[in-house]
Design a protein around this ligand. Structure first.
Ligand code: SF4
Ligand code: FES
Length: 357
């Protein structure tokens, strides 16, 4: 067996608790309860093991990572180990006191999500009244602290026409980077797929606006654009390849190659409470099952892109075809590619959204 390179980054899902209820959330439908969450000491041990394994970046995420009062303790520990620390947050809990504590702890970067540029629609989507103003205040605090600000907007049928306003808002807030990310359909997003999928016209118009803004804002603000798989001809290299560069740890300590991996019910995902991170990364069936290219069926097996996109996304292949080892249907070479157009054809932009639990 080949010994894999060390992972580059760890996504630490500290909790599934969140004050918001976004219907596109990629958390699993079975959210882990607060009582199942790992204690501070467990997470500090994870950080020690991550640094020893050669990981460079820790992304503290959730749910909303700021509901964990011990977040500054973890950030301080990670920073002390020389790890780059990023917090992925909705910002509604980022008070002056919380900002000061994180800054003292040595946080490197904060990524702040917005649901829309239009406050009323943002609060409708997030299910949190007063949230938009709190997020704007959080953005100002991040800037005042001298940290680089990344703003994030998730795009779908209910906000796609305001991509231009979102970019303008990110610029006005002084973002170094903005992510205009079409919804990825996992977890709650998959449940709400028919209601969230944009039309081809919405997608084309959003893409045109992003391309023009990229030219205008060159050297001022980076615009990352994530397109929806459902309109693509080639799949994304999900997680940079299974077990290749990233790992996820769930609130209760399960170690996963990606955030949706637990949908692959035939894999027994190991817990960091029972095994070392290094043993899980190099030796577990969970990480080796779809690592590299040996597992691939045709057309991936003989395709010249197999080490570029790694056959796409296992979780999407399972969700759409029933087979995790199938070629991702986002690929035009997949015999199941028609399923993507079928889903777009079945979209119902007026359907009611199911709020995340
Ligand atoms: Fe990627 Fe497989 Fe499609 Fe080739 S056939 S482009 S490797 S998903
Ligand atoms: Fe699991 Fe893509 S989300 S492999």
């Amino acid at each position: 067996m080949l010994v894999p390179e060390p992972p580059m980054a760890l996504l630490a899902e500290l909790t599934h608790r969140c004050p918001l209820k976004c219907p596109y959330c990629s958390n699993p439908l079975e959210l882990e309860r607060a009582s199942a969450e790992m204690a501070t000491g467990d997470w500090l041990r994870v950080l020690d093991e991550a640094a020893a394994l050669g990981i460079l970046q820790i992304h503290f995420s959730g749910g909303e990572p700021m509901v964990r009062r011990d977040l500054p303790v973890m950030v301080r520990h990670a920073a002390g180990l020389g790890l780059y620390t990023n917090i992925i947050t909705s910002g509604v809990l980022l008070s002056d006191e919380a900002m000061t504590a994180l800054l003292d702890a040595g946080v490197d970067h904060i990524q702040l999500s917005f649901q829309d540029s239009d406050p009323a629609n943002a609060e409708r989507i997030g299910g949190y009244r007063g949230g938009h103003d709190k997020k704007l205040a959080a953005a100002r605090r991040i800037k005042a602290a001298g940290l680089p600000l990344t703003t994030n907007f998730v795009i779908h049928s209910r906000n796609a026409e305001r991509v231009g306003e979102m970019i303008a808002m990110a610029e006005a807030l002084g973002s170094a980077r903005v992510e205009i990310a079409h919804t990825q359909y996992y977890g709650w997003g998959l449940l709400n797929r028919a209601a969230l999928l944009p039309s081809r016209e919405q997608l084309d118009s959003a893409t045109e606006i992003v391309e023009a803004a990229r030219l205008r804002l060159k050297g001022v603000m980076i615009i990352d654009y994530v397109v929806p798989d459902y309109f693509a001809a080639r799949p994304k290299a999900c997680m940079g390849g299974w077990g290749n560069r990233f790992l996820n740890i769930t609130p209760s300590g399960k170690v996963l190659p990606c955030h949706a991996a637990e949908t692959l019910a035939d894999i027994d995902f190991p817990s960091i409470r029972d095994h070392s991170l290094a043993a899980i990364w190099t030796g577990s069936d969970a990480f080796n099952r779809y690592r590299g290219t040996d597992w691939m069926p045709d057309p991936c097996r003989s395709c010249d892109r197999r080490e570029i996109d790694w056959g796409g996304c296992r979780c999407q292949a399972l969700a759409l075809t029933g087979h995790a080892a199938a070629t991702d249907p986002a690929c035009a070479r997949s015999p199941d590619h028609f399923l993507m157009a079928q889903a777009v054809g079945e979209s119902r932009p007026d359907a009611e959204l199911v709020a995340r639990g």
